[in-house]
Design a protein around this ligand. Structure first.
Ligand SMILES: [Zn+2]
Length: 98
């Protein structure tokens, strides 16, 4: 269990999402105003949800444009799969030295 403060955890998550978006070639400028900076919507676990019906929902990380308030969401599963893959790759390189 992490003992990091919420602010540190959020900073880490924002950095992880920014790295994910950069590696995937996602544009960081707001599509409406062109502003380059975003904030993570800070629900308690930093996740929001997309409801497809009453019985099913999908975890999202939701970013808001710091200039115009435009809202964008990325599927949490996609980002978390990326994070797990990166950690596994780093762990493998730590073990093999490559
Ligand atoms: Zn904007």
């Amino acid at each position: 269990m992490s003992c990091a403060k919420p602010d540190a955890a959020q900073d880490q998550l924002v950095q992880t999402i920014a790295r994910f978006l950069a590696e995937k070639g996602v544009k960081t400028e707001c599509p409406f105003c062109g502003h380059p900076t975003w904030s993570l919507l800070d629900k308690p676990d930093f996740r929001t949800a997309l409801l497809s019906n009453a019985a099913r929902s999908y975890g999202l990380y939701t970013l808001t444009c710091n200039n115009c308030g435009f809202v964008r969401s990325h599927l949490a599963h996609t980002i978390e799969t990326y994070v797990a893959t990166v950690k596994e790759t780093n762990l493998r390189s730590d073990i093999t030295g490559r």
